[in-house]
Design a protein around this ligand. Structure first.
Ligand SMILES: C[S@@+](CC[C@H](N)C(=O)[O-])C[C@H]1O[C@@H](n2cnc3c(N)ncnc32)[C@H](O)[C@@H]1O
Length: 208
């Protein structure tokens, strides 16, 4: 097979897998719309910007943890920026999306479970420290106290500092940094307009 034929074949394969994963996303949304959020994947521009933000935010050793990976738009961007599959752990609650992720990214650790119980999920697979967390969880649909507890568990795994990068279609910080006993600092990173709808990116750090 020539180089051009190989490129064409891999493009067809990629287009095929994008369609298949797109259907998987729609099916998941149909089953549980509130849990999945909008059934739209992040655009390539958003995915790349998020991946860069989380890589820059990490301070300690350990994997990058992605919460609510969906069909893997942002996971793919992390790998494209040079992350090895074994340096990324994704947590996804939907079983079908977990299957899509495992099939799409060989060697990636996919944890099927509720990211609101992040500490326990990671402990169960022997992960005691993480570099940074990227969250695509629909936080505005989750009670503030539960969302804050999820963040608190993530920060416990980043004792030397670190951050949570959270994306949202909303205009305000998706997790109120003062809503619970766990206090955080939220800073707005920017809005990616080449996304439908435009995507807000936030960075959270614990208040010292
Ligand atoms: C809006 S989608 C983000 C998809 C993908 N990251 C992207 O940017 O295209 C949100 C994802 O979070 C997952 N999710 C929602 N609540 C969750 C939870 N508590 N634990 C784990 N995954 C969850 C949904 O199943 C869905 O795949």
């Amino acid at each position: 097979m020539t180089m051009t034929e190989r490129t064409r074949a891999s493009r067809t394969l990629l287009r095929g897998s994008t369609w298949i994963s797109g259907f998987a996303f729609l099916r998941s949304w149909w089953r549980a719309p509130a849990a999945v959020g909008l059934p739209l994947t992040s655009s390539p521009w958003t995915a790349r910007r998020l991946a860069k933000a989380v890589l820059e935010a990490g301070r300690s050793d350990g994997p990058i943890v992605e919460l609510g990976a969906g069909t893997g738009a942002v996971t793919g961007a992390l790998l494209a920026l040079g992350c090895l599959p074994q340096d990324v752990v994704v947590v996804e609650r939907d079983a079908e999306l977990c299957r899509v992720l495992k099939k799409r990214f060989h060697g990636l650790q996919v944890l099927h479970g509720d990211a609101l119980h992040l500490g326990g999920l990671l402990r169960d697979v022997g992960i005691a420290s993480v570099r940074a967390v990227l969250s695509g969880l629909p936080m505005r649909a989750i009670p503030a106290e539960l969302a804050a507890r999820c963040y608190a568990q993530a920060f416990e795994l980043m004792p030397d500092g670190g951050a949570i990068i959270q994306y949202t279609y909303g205009l305000r910080a998706p997790v109120d940094p003062t809503a619970s006993e766990h206090r955080f600092k939220a800073s707005f990173v920017g809005r990616e307009w080449r996304n439908f709808p435009p995507m807000g990116i936030w960075k959270y750090r614990p208040l010292q």
